[in-house]
Design a protein around this ligand. Structure first.
Ligand code: THU
Length: 139
């Protein structure tokens, strides 16, 4: 797994916590913040955004990645998922697929909560044998 300096990771976690405060989750009341460190060293953020038409809800991780892409960032070092649940929140299946599109297989995905409990996976562990650009493009 790729090493991220502790101070830098703390900044990413702080950003995920700030994103959590912005979550729009009136239906589930399950707030999620995400933050990623880009390959260029920038920190990008996202939160879950729900909808009265429930199926249109977009998770924090996917909003975070889309937010980065629209800022010109397509490569990432790490993504953090922040909740205030005792049980740490793993990314849902749809988010795993989107993470696999943009992150190296060895990149860490880190769930953190308000107690600073942490769980770390690699992208590979979350979605082995993922369908990625290499399966479509001549890469
Ligand atoms: N949610 C996320 O934002 N990320 C996840 O990985 C898990 C689920 C959101 C979607 C929905 O707004 C709420 O959590 C409950 O499912």
């Amino acid at each position: 797994m790729n090493e991220i300096k502790t101070e830098l990771l703390d900044e990413v976690i702080k950003a995920a916590k700030a994103s959590y405060q912005l979550a729009y989750a009136p239906y589930s009341n399950f707030h999620v913040g995400a933050s990623a460190l880009t390959a260029k060293g920038n920190i990008v953020q996202g939160c879950n955004v729900e909808n009265a038409s429930y199926g249109l809800t977009v998770c924090a991780e996917r909003n975070c990645i889309s937010n980065a892409v629209i800022s010109g960032e397509q490569n990432f070092q790490v993504i953090v998922i922040y909740t205030e649940q005792d049980k740490l929140t793993p990314p849902c299946g749809a988010c795993r697929q989107v993470i696999a599109e943009f992150f190296e297989q060895s990149a860490p995905v880190i769930a953190v909560n308000h107690k600073n409990d942490r769980k770390v996976w690699t992208v590979q562990q979350l979605l082995p044998d993922a369908f990625t650009p290499k399966d479509l493009l001549d890469l």
